[in-house]
Each structure stands twice: as structure tokens, then as C-alpha cells.
Ligand binder design. Structure first.
Ligand code: OAD
Length: 235
């Protein structure tokens, strides 16, 4: 199906762990994924941090170390090329790595936070920091424990107002490399579709979804193919 949109269109690309898999970062729910190695309720909830902050920091320290040398792949790079033709393209990512930034993508919204940021559990202090954390670091302003700046289960994702505004104005919505199991991101495709967007889903394995088009395959192959096939027209 050939897609053609105005060059000033709003385009939303929702990414999940699958887009980073070919850069060597583990997904969550596949065999061998992160949630097989760790129980999500032990490391990714505010209650887990209160009960065992050492274990939570151990989990995120490992992941922080892994992203230092991770390199973006062709899927991330294809977004940069696409944005030079369609500057109204926004990347809403569930990923907490920095591969979209490393690839030169613009307009990136990290709805689940970022591994390279840490924040205070009490006050508004936060800082960009990827250095290894030993023990439980404390806030330089109020001495409370510092935690990874990650949106945990039971917490509200970041930038939801901006996201809902983008979904309601998008001409095209593309989801790539996500199992579509975590809300609210899992619902974005329906929201965008109901507001009139063309919708495409790219994933390695079949996902039951409401998209007008489903493309099965790897993100690094299928996303560049799709994005380069999208035509632009001016009015
Ligand atoms: P999942 O691990 O749930 O799903 C990743 C999807 O990517 C799977 O459906 C794979 O089939 C697919 N996949 C794997 N490799 C791929 C490739 N090379 N190309 C295309 N697709 C590929 O990860 P997410 O959907 O991102 O939240 O998970 C959503 C949220 O759940 C995460 O942000 C995280 C997690 O718990 C928090 O930690 C708050």
C-alpha cells in the first residue's frame, strides 16, 4: 500500500524495545528477555525500590553500562533521513536507551524516562548521569535517596499531554518493535486511528492490533523500506 502525505504533516513513530534489539539491547518479553531474568515487581515499581533499592540499582546499573557502547542501527538512522523530508515527525519512545539521540533523531519524547538520568525520590532534583552508581546515591540538595529516572509500573508516563495532542493531529502513525502490551502506549494506535491517522505496525512477530497495515519483519529492514517509500506532496 503506497502512502503519500503532505510534507508538513505530523507523523508519530512509536518505538519499543524491538527497535533496539539489533543494537544488542535485550527486549523485555521475548524468550531470554529482561523480564525472564528479573521479576518486574522486584525492580520496576516504587514499592520494589522502597523494599530493596540495592537490587533495583543493580538492575539499572547493568542496563546503564550496556547503553554506553550500544550503537544505533539502520532503523534509528532511517528516522533521521525521514525527518529531513518530514520535519513534523515525532518519535515517542518507550525505550530508555539513547539510540534515537545517537542516530541524530529530532523531536524525541521519552515517555518511560531515560537510563542516563537519575532523580531524587523526594525533591525535584535530577541530573544527566551515566556513571556507574555504587550503593544508594543521595540527593545533594535534600539527602534523600536518588533513583533511576525511569517510569515504573504504577507511575504515570511522562509528557502525556503532548503525546495526546500529537496523536490527535497525526496524519500517519507507525508503531515499531513493541509487543503492544503496556498501557497507555498500547492504545496510541487506536487513538491516532480514531483521529484519522493512517496506521502501520512493524514487528518481528505478529501482534494483534488495529493498524491499517501490519508489516512482519525486523525493524532495521522494514522501517527503512517503509519510510523511504512514503511520498510527499505540497498543497
Ligand atoms: P517487549 O519486549 O514487550 O516487546 C518487544 C517486541 O519487539 C516483541 O514483540 C518482539 O517480537 C519485537 N522485536 C524483537 N526484535 C525485533 C526486531 N529486530 N525488529 C522488530 N521487532 C522486534 O518491549 P516493549 O513493547 O517495548 O516499560 O515493552 C513496553 C514496556 O514494557 C517497556 O518500555 C518497559 C517494559 O516493561 C518499563 O520498564 C516502564
Amino acid at each position: 500500500m503506497q502512502i503519500s502525505i503532505r510534507s508538513d504533516s505530523t507523523v508519530v513513530i512509536l518505538t519499543g524495545a524491538g527497535i533496539s534489539a539489533e543494537s544488542g539491547l535485550k527486549t523485555f518479553r521475548e524468550s531470554g528477555g529482561l523480564w525472564e531474568e528479573y521479576n518486574v515487581y522486584d525492580v520496576a515499581t516504587p514499592e520494589a525500590f522502597a523494599a530493596n533499592p540495592e537490587l533495583v540499582w543493580e538492575f539499572y546499573n547493568k542496563r546503564r553500562q550496556q547503553i554506553i557502547n550500544a550503537k544505533p542501527n539502520d532503523a534509528h538512522r532511517a528516522i533521521t533521513d525521514f525527518q529531513s523530508r518530514f520535519p513534523g515527525t515525532f518519535v515517542i519512545t518507550q525505550n530508555v536507551d539513547d539510540l534515537h539521540e545517537k542516530a541524530g533523531n529530532m523531536n524525541i519524547i521519552h515517555m518511560h524516562g531515560e537510563l542516563n538520568s537519575i532523580k531524587c525520590t523526594s525533591c525535584s532534583y535530577s541530573r544527566k548521569d551515566l556513571s556507574p552508581v555504587s550503593g544508594i546515591p543521595v540527593c545533594p540538595e535534600c539527602s534523600s535517596p536518588l533513583r533511576p529516572d525511569i517510569v515504573w509500573f504504577g507511575e504515570i508516563p511522562y509528557h502525556m499531554q503532548d503525546i495526546l495532542r500529537l496523536l490527535s493531529t497525526a496524519s500517519l502513525f507507525i508503531a515499531v518493535g513493541t509487543s503492544g502490551t503496556v498501557y497507555p502506549a498500547a492504545q496510541f494506535i487506536e487513538i491516532a486511528s480514531a483521529a484519522g491517522a493512517e496506521t502501520v505496525y512493524i514487528n518481528k512477530e505478529y501482534v494483534k492490533c488495529h493498524s491499517s497495515q501490519f508489516i512482519q519483519g525486523s525493524a532495521s529492514e522494514k522501517l527503512p523500506e517503509l519510510l523511504s517509500s512514503i511520498g510527499a506532496y505540497n498543497v
